[in-house]
Write a protein that binds this ligand. Structure first.
Ligand SMILES: Cc1cc2nc3c(=O)[nH]c(=O)nc-3n(C[C@H](O)[C@H](O)[C@H](O)COP(=O)(O)O)c2cc1C
Length: 189
């Protein structure tokens, strides 16, 4: 039996990310977990329109997306609790710059993506940024022998809103586009 608990957001957990932006004076970091994949190199990030970050995203039309591991959790939570309007958060993470202006890449993040903004869609009080990955930088130790990202090594932190918690990922339990071959319509479980 399932109970209908209404028109709520139930699509959790989502990955925790730190989005990096840059003004003339300094870089800024914001914790963003309302995001999605909309293609092989396209993503959508949903930001409340009053955040400090938005102005610089719109000015540069670039940003970085940095995955967070457990070691980064305290800093990641902090940049999601204080605003750049009142606090200079530029020192919270060490960073480098890649090819794009305005997209600082967090050194301690296992995986950082430099993105260009393709479009901005407004929904209520949110600005939703459609972004394209231009470059993806991955910690050597999180790549397998074939150079593919090993997410069991990345261990990206996850987020869920109802209990306001960070979660960790488990281990791989099956192979996509493969497990389905075991399905037998005459012998359903
Ligand atoms: C775990 C977590 C997830 C968050 N996810 C989002 C999000 O997806 N969208 C958003 O607009 N704000 C989100 N926030 C809130 C912003 O990170 C927060 O308001 C931040 O201080 C804004 O920074 P800024 O004003 O310097 O840009 C999240 C905060 C936390 C702690």
């Amino acid at each position: 039996m399932k109970k209908n608990i209404g028109a709520i957001m139930g699509l959790y957990p989502t990955p925790v990310t730190i989005v990096g932006t840059q003004s003339e004076e300094r870089v800024n970091w914001i914790n963003i977990a309302h995001l999605g994949v909309i293609g092989s190199n396209l993503m959508i990030l949903s930001l409340g329109n009053r955040h400090y970050s938005n102005e610089f995203i719109k000015k540069n039309m670039t940003l970085s997306i940095n995955l967070v591991d457990e070691a980064m959790m305290v800093k990641a939570d902090y940049v999601g609790m204080v605003t750049g309007w009142r606090t200079d958060k530029s020192d919270v993470f060490n960073y480098t710059l890649g090819e794009l202006k305005g997209a600082p890449l967090i050194k301690e993040s296992p995986l950082s993506i430099e993105c260009e903004v393709l479009d901005i869609i407004k929904t209520g009080a949110n600005e939703n940024f459609i972004v394209r990955a231009v470059n993806t930088y991955v910690d050597d130790e999180c790549l397998d022998e074939e150079g593919k990202i090993d997410y069991e090594k990345v261990q990206p932190l996850l987020f869920e809103m109802p209990n306001r918690q960070y979660l960790s990922i488990g281990k791989a339990v099956g192979k996509c586009w493969s497990e389905g071959k075991k399905y037998n319509s005459n012998n359903e479980e």
